[in-house]
Design a protein around this ligand. Sequence first.
Ligand SMILES: Cc1cc2nc3c(=O)[nH]c(=O)nc-3n(C[C@H](O)[C@H](O)[C@H](O)COP(=O)(O)OP(=O)(O)OC[C@H]3O[C@@H](n4cnc5c(N)ncnc54)[C@H](O)[C@@H]3O)c2cc1C
Length: 409
Amino acid sequence: MLGFGSKPRVCIVGAGFAGLNAAQQLKSSKYDVTVIDSEPFIEWLPNLHEIISGRKDGDELRLSRKRIIARLGHRFCQNTVVDISCTSLMLDSGDMIAFDACVVATGGLDDFSGVSGAKQFAYSAKSVAGCQHIAKVMRRATLGHRTLKVTVVGAGAEGVEVLGEALRAYRYRPQFEFQMVDASKHILPQCAGNLDNAVRRHVEKLSVDFCMGNGVTSVEKEGLYLQNGEAIASDLTIWAAGVLPTPLLNVPAHEAAAPRQWGRVSNTFQSHRFESVFVVGDAADMPPIMAKEAFHAIDMGRFVAMNVERLLSGKRLKRFDPTTKPQVVSFGDLDTFMVFNGFSVSSSMLGAAKEMVYTLGLLQLSPPTNPKDFVNALDVFQRSMRRVYLPTLNPVSIVGKLTRARLLT
Ligand SMILES: Cc1cc2nc3c(=O)[nH]c(=O)nc-3n(C[C@H](O)[C@H](O)[C@H](O)COP(=O)(O)OP(=O)(O)OC[C@H]3O[C@@H](n4cnc5c(N)ncnc54)[C@H](O)[C@@H]3O)c2cc1C
């Protein structure tokens, strides 16, 4: 059993938006914090799709966890947690780590459930590597004359962002045909303001088809089958069909047949299973149900650190009150939607808002502490300036774009 020092021991499982924000709040002078993640880099998920068009490269969207966590004075352990009890967790390597409090922030996994061949033949856009692969296949297709039929499965925010980015780079290339497939009848069904209509209008004159109202039942190398029995051809299938909880959250662990479930917690984020374990971010199933969004995960991570401290000092835990923030969904260079509760606003100028969140978010996760970091941060800002802020916000284009801003109800 691994255990370190005499300060209260806190383990954080998952170093994504929620886990890293929790780690940032816990002082290494007061707590012995171990952060565990299977992967060495945090990837900036909300902008990954921009790799597909070549607008960003993988390195711009990845930060070293080891570096971020070492700067906080905490310990990073690259490993997968396979089980948790009320006082310890077990790693894939077979080692155990003891804790006094644990934060589980394991996010979600691609939801391939029940679709045969999806994991094997469809490409996920949920990682830098996945998006780089998609970008490579599309780039290669521009060199030949063969048509590349690109299918995006999932018409939620992720699917729309992926399609938008593919259209940004390839919509006028004769080699490409695009289609979007979803079990839902509408594009962006959860968003107010009939965004279905808005998206369709942008692609009316392009080679884009929508097969809506039919789920995918299987994926093969050359295409997919839909619920109604229809087979559609596809050379490149991109999977953007939602997320599932990680198996670690299955309750109890020995019931292997238990359906996948998000970690059930009270409104303090304390898990229903163990008092010493909190679940936050996408992994948390907290009433009221919140959208699985980075800004909620960040708020939850920051908040749960306070409750960990309160638990460890014997104080009453505080309740979390989620704040509402608009969701920003980009559709390549064709449009950007800011989705509020009950209405949406559409304007391609809003793309600059998404870029601003990205540049400030990187700085917040990894603030520059030496001249080299500072130069790197400046470089990120300059690239954003060149690719997004100046083309979007220069006075000439603002005039044109303001006239196209629309309220969608
Ligand atoms: C393609 C895409 C686009 C998105 N776009 C937006 C957007 O525009 N705006 C927005 O607000 N949100 C967006 N989101 C959602 C947002 O990224 C998530 O809500 C957010 O990442 C959730 O943060 P988290 O910390 O809960 O989980 P994650 O960021 O998913 O982090 C979970 C971490 O846990 C680790 N982990 C999992 N299981 C284990 C284990 N057993 N042992 C060790 N480590 C483990 C994983 O490796 C991962 O690093 C997007 C998501 C995706 C996938």
